[in-house]
Design a protein around this ligand. Structure first.
Ligand SMILES: Cc1cc2nc3c(=O)[nH]c(=O)nc-3n(C[C@H](O)[C@H](O)[C@H](O)COP(=O)(O)O)c2cc1C
Length: 334
């Protein structure tokens, strides 16, 4: 159990998780204005895009493009918006988020609540002076049948083409019925091929941690064979190993997905990267400490993303990562 002291030092943990979800954007806007910072550790260049450092928020953290200038002010290296669907939609019915502080695990069943492509595109276009790369995470509407999913993804690519630096194709959320079937061989090949033909911008495929090895290698092969530029590994998990207290539906993040995500990273690196070159690989899932960030980079990830760490550690986590990098460098050279 987390101590009262622990909760008092992170007051948002005293309130229900869903409140935190609603109030976080305002709190982060205030925080970033009070404590702006720039963190230039391990700058990175990829396909003409310049990253000040290797850390960003994961998909779903800024669903409606409300926090672009906030993440830039807080010193993140890049920003992902979405998952965005063509039409606005609300969350799934019933409880949508819960947390277990002792296990550092979140459960969510959100199902892509977002303001819809047109509104979010307008919002994205309203930003001036954003100089960190912007990733646009796209999905299909809940009501769109699976055999028409391609059309939803294509609509989003066409709409966001002028403003996106990179597209993230989310086919791995467990909270939109049937979505994960898009990771099957024939669906994935068709999707990747058609999206490739629709944009010159880089395309990353976001995969599930619940794929078997055979499914993973097939997904990597089909994606790269049809023109994808990289992967985000991973989304939340449906597995309930040592975490039996949660409902069967809904995805787990944080500790519950940590090992799955790390193993998938290792397998992907071993087949996709040669001497550090190959598709872009972003590691996400259970990155909860500063050490975790650098472990993923040492394993071969190019970039790292966080969601659950923000909930349990708060915004100070970003600064701690930069400081940890600084002291590790000092130790190395001093
Ligand atoms: C409340 C919540 C909402 C999420 N929404 C999305 C989403 O809209 N799109 C997406 O690609 N991933 C979404 N994710 C998954 C995260 O991007 C990430 O892949 C996952 O949480 C594992 O990382 P973590 O352990 O650092 O949280 C969501 C995760 C959480 C906890």
């Amino acid at each position: 159990m987390a101590s009262i002291q622990d909760k008092l030092s992170k007051p948002w943990l005293l309130f229900p998780a869903v409140w935190g979800h609603h109030f976080a954007p305002t709190a982060l806007k205030i925080y970033s204005s009070l404590f702006p910072s720039e963190h230039k550790w391990e700058p990175f260049k990829w396909k003409g895009l310049e990253f000040n450092n290797r850390l960003g928020w994961a998909g779903g953290f800024d669903k409606n493009a409300d926090l672009l200038s906030v993440s830039q002010k807080m010193g993140l290296g890049f920003h992902e918006i979405g998952t965005i669907t063509p039409l606005a939609q609300g969350p799934n019915e019933g409880k949508i988020i819960a947390r277990n502080l002792a296990q550092l695990t979140l459960w969510n069943k959100m199902g892509f609540p977002n303001k819809g492509g047109a509104k979010i595109y307008k919002k994205l276009s309203s930003y001036q002076d954003i100089h960190i790369p912007v990733f646009v995470n796209i999905g299909k509407n809940r009501a769109t049948p699976l055999d028409q999913a391609l059309s939803d993804y294509l609509k989003m690519i066409t709409l966001f083409e002028p403003r996106a630096d990179v597209f993230v194709v989310n086919i791995s959320s467990p909270n939109t019925q049937g979505l994960r079937q898009l990771q099957d061989k024939s669906h994935l090949a068709e999707l990747a091929k058609n999206l490739r033909a629709a944009t010159k911008k880089p395309i990353l495929i976001k995969l599930s941690p619940d794929l078997s090895d055979t499914e993973l290698y097939m997904a990597l092969d089909q994606s790269l064979g049809n023109g994808a530029d990289g992967f985000i590994l991973t989304n939340t998990t449906l597995s309930r190993k040592d975490q039996g207290m949660w409902a069967k539906e809904g995805g787990l993040s944080g500790t519950a997905v940590k090992n799955l995500s790390k193993e998938m990273l290792k397998k992907t690196i071993s087949v996709c990267k040669k001497n550090g070159s190959g598709p872009l690989i972003i590691s996400v899932g259970g990155v909860l400490t500063e050490q975790d960030v650098f472990e993923r980079l040492e394993l071969g990830a190019d970039l790292v993303q966080i969601y659950t760490a923000m909930v349990f550690n708060g915004p100070v986590f970003i600064k701690k990562v930069a400081q940890f990098h600084g002291s590790a460098q000092n130790e190395k050279h001093g």
